[in-house]
Design a protein around this ligand. Structure first.
Ligand SMILES: C[S@@+](CC[C@H](N)C(=O)[O-])C[C@H]1O[C@@H](n2cnc3c(N)ncnc32)[C@H](O)[C@@H]1O
Length: 207
């Protein structure tokens, strides 16, 4: 199945920085990163850069990956304005990540990994696991509710492709907490809660 859609490229081109403020949990995440003395942090699916900026402002060595050229360009411009640095990579998250094993102390991934089918999501999680150090921290958010469109095509259990709306054509897998626990089996999950926009927010450490 083709899981790659550039719906967000178009959204960023037409709407610019859709997300300006960091996710509500970021102050807590930053504290957690400081507690484990994290240095290298990956923002997987970095979009237009709100978390790249937020993490760089807090002194971490920040890496971002996204398949949207517009997102990467906007992030670069934003970094320049703020006089900050980060390593940004334009790449599909479903491909092998361009870092060696155990490279990162932490990974932040907000509203990203659900944009794939189950097989691809499992592959992405395996790659997150590979590039993260033992004891490394992850903060992942994924949607619970199907509210992106008025019409959908179900392509497998709980995975739908919106047939209209901004994210038309981009697969969405809708998670439940039990499934998160199944998928992130090699992690010690310390928290799962719902945020203000009905996304499950998971904090976990690699076992
Ligand atoms: C809802 S946005 C979230 C962006 C960012 N994490 C944030 O919180 O501001 C989803 C992001 O995932 C990226 N994305 C979707 N599918 C992708 C893929 N196959 N490979 C890499 N990035 C992808 C999009 O380009 C977009 O930047």
């Amino acid at each position: 199945m083709k899981t790659v859609s550039k719906a967000w490229e178009k959204i960023f081109q037409q709407q610019g920085k859709v997300f300006m403020e960091p996710h509500w949990d970021m102050p807590k995440v930053i504290k957690q990163l400081k507690d484990i003395k994290a240095e290298k942090v990956l923002d997987l699916g970095s979009g237009t850069g709100r978390h790249v900026i937020n993490l760089a402002q807090n002194g971490f060595s920040v890496y971002g990956l996204d398949n949207s050229q517009e997102g990467i360009n906007t992030t670069k411009q934003w970094l320049k304005t703020e006089k900050l640095n980060a390593d940004l990579v334009l790449q599909e998250m479903t491909e092998k990540l361009p870092w060696e094993d155990n490279y990162f102390d932490a990974i932040v991934c907000v509203q990203v990994i659900h944009h794939a089918d189950i097989a691809a999501i499992k592959k992405i999680i395996a790659e997150m696991e590979r590039v993260l150090k033992k004891g490394g921290f992850i903060f992942v958010t994924v949607p619970k509710l199907k509210n992106q469109a008025t019409k959908y095509k179900e392509i497998e259990p709980n995975t739908y492709v919106p047939l209209d709306g901004w994210e038309k054509g981009l697969p969405h897998h809708y998670f439940n907490p039990e499934e998160l626990k199944d998928f992130f089996l090699n992690f010690d999950i310390v928290d799962i809660h719902l945020d203000q926009i009905s996304h499950h927010c998971m904090s976990a450490f690699k076992l």
